[in-house]
Design a binder for this molecule. Structure first.
Ligand code: PLP
Length: 483
């Protein structure tokens, strides 16, 4: 970068983004060029053989992004938890890229570190999570935050694990087990492998009729495993499951965790944002008893990916799991407050970009009350979607106060129509985007989530119409059975 900015390139970025935003409702949500065709196209557009003016490079990226992405920021994107993004987050990412603050140590990026810790502390208060003592940091996403939880739980339970590893535990006859449900996020499968515990350490606890973890079954599973010589080390309670928005009953699970001596981790990757609204406070009851919490700002808080967040009230565990000293790192200032400790000694990452600037700027622009309104508006639209679907002959298949709506119809339930084919037909038409999911391990349904704060009633109506057309397309096109 030269001393002055390349104005032509910046103008191209600004106009490109603005035009995209202005025209988004007219653009298809998804395109279906084949990966082979796209690879051929980018190979020829970007030969990397000679320098080019930045402005033309910007244009080449912009046009391809516009044409060939699933537009997760589209108001008729009813997909997974990837949101439309606040403008504050876009601006913040440009600022962060330009200053490139290195957050591995507090002293290297004090202004950025202070802003991160302040916004994380504020969000801990929003959750109702204790702020002293507290270790909290941004992660690449919910996956890394969940991994951090398991590492902290192991370190807290067996300080020797940090030297001897799981092999050392095994040599002492210790077999740690982790408790999830069929609705928990599948990152725990990878985490079981990454931590060396192995997927055999995972226990799937039965759920009730609403797909919530059954605390009595959890208690039984812990007792059975303990009697069999295993050591229950961590329980995952999910607030807002990925498939169907299920919220596990925290107080009862916290009781079982306390009685069994297990670490309670709350995975609120998506659902955490509901804490902004008093309407959803009951879901967060007893969250202060959790040993750690995952919350993704890049989901419902509508900031650009990735911005996971990890909170634990056990600074010793984070230090046991992550503390290192390296002669080439600037010395820390030995802060007593765990919040002020250097990030590389309390978390998995080393070089650490500022993920908090985009969260802080979004929260500053909208305010806590603005986020409350955003959450409630989207939850109301979820209710509106349920009503419109019922009116069009669909059957709501899950129970959650949050705006994830799973639905089916008698034809799908009877095996005469495919949920996959209906979702696919909606995607192919390009007017809206929904997916399909198996809930409760038994039934494949269509999944629609209000994930853009720009979605309006008319977009919901448009989705219901698109689903009507998709039903006809799916019935005309024979498709493998849905389950
Ligand atoms: C999305 C999600 C995750 C994983 O988070 P990433 O940010 O995708 O890594 C974990 N748990 C739940 C409940 C999620 O919805």
């Amino acid at each position: 970068m030269t001393l002055s900015l390349d104005h032509a390139a910046w103008d191209a970025v600004r106009h490109g983004i603005e035009r995209f935003r202005q025209e988004i409702r007219e653009l298809p949500v998804a395109r279906s060029a084949t990966p082979e065709a796209l690879l051929r196209d980018v190979r020829s557009a970007f030969p990397f053989d000679a320098p080019r003016p930045l402005q033309s490079v910007v244009q080449d990226v912009l046009s391809r992004y516009r044409e060939n992405l699933v537009h997760v920021t589209h108001p008729r994107m009813f997909g997974l938890f990837n949101p439309s993004v606040r403008e504050a987050g876009i601006l913040a990412d440009a600022l962060v890229a330009a200053f490139n603050p290195q957050l591995a140590v507090w002293s290297h990026a004090p202004a950025a570190a202070a802003l991160e810790q302040h916004v994380l502390e504020t969000l801990a208060r929003v959750l109702g999570y204790p702020t002293a003592p507290l270790v909290t940091h941004f992660t690449s996403g919910g996956m890394e935050a969940n991994l951090t939880a398991v590492l902290c739980a192991l370190a807290a339970r067996w300080p020797a694990w940090s030297q001897e590893g799981v092999g050392g535990l095994a040599a002492r006859g210790i077999r740690p087990t982790l408790y999830v449900t069929g609705e928990s996020h599948h990152s725990f499968v990878k985490i079981a492998r990454m931590t060396g515990l192995g997927t055999a350490a995972l226990r799937e606890v039965p759920v009730d009729a609403w797909l919530r973890m059954d605390p009595a079954a959890l208690r039984d599973a812990l007792a059975r495993d303990a009697a069999g010589g295993e050591t229950p080390v961590l329980i995952v309670a999910t607030l807002g499951s990925t498939g169907s928005g299920v919220c596990d009953p925290l107080p009862a699970i916290a009781d079982v965790a306390a009685a069994g001596g297990a670490w309670l981790h709350v995975d609120a990757a998506w659902g955490g944002t509901a804490a902004f609204s008093p309407r959803f406070r009951p879901l967060f009851r007893d969250i202060a008893r959790a040993d750690s919490v995952t919350w993704d700002a890049h989901k419902w808080m509508s900031v650009p990916m990735g911005a996971g967040m990890f909170f634990t009230r056990h600074p010793e565990a984070a230090a046991q799991a992550f503390a290192v000293t390296a002669s080439y790192m600037p010395p820390g200032d030995g802060a007593d407050d765990p919040m002020l400790r250097d990030g590389y000694g309390t978390s998995a990452q080393w070089s650490r970009r500022s993920l908090g600037t985009k969260v802080a700027m979004s929260l500053a622009e909208l305010g806590i009350d603005g986020y409350r309104a955003l959450v409630e508006r989207m939850a109301d639209l979820g209710e509106f979607l349920r009503d419109r679907l019922r009116a069009a002959g669909w059957v709501i298949a899950n129970e959650t106060p949050l705006p994830v709506v799973n639905f089916t119809d008698p034809e799908i339930r009877g095996g005469r129509r495919s949920a996959v084919a209906v979702a696919r037909a909606v995607q192919d038409e390009g007017h809206a985007w929904v997916s399909d999911v198996v809930i409760g391990g038994r039934e494949r349904v269509i999944r629609a989530c209000i994930t853009s704060f720009e979605t309006a009633e008319a977009d919901v109506e448009a989705l219901v119409h698109a689903l009507g057309r998709a039903r006809a397309v799916a019935d005309a096109r024979p498709h493998p059975s849905s389950v």
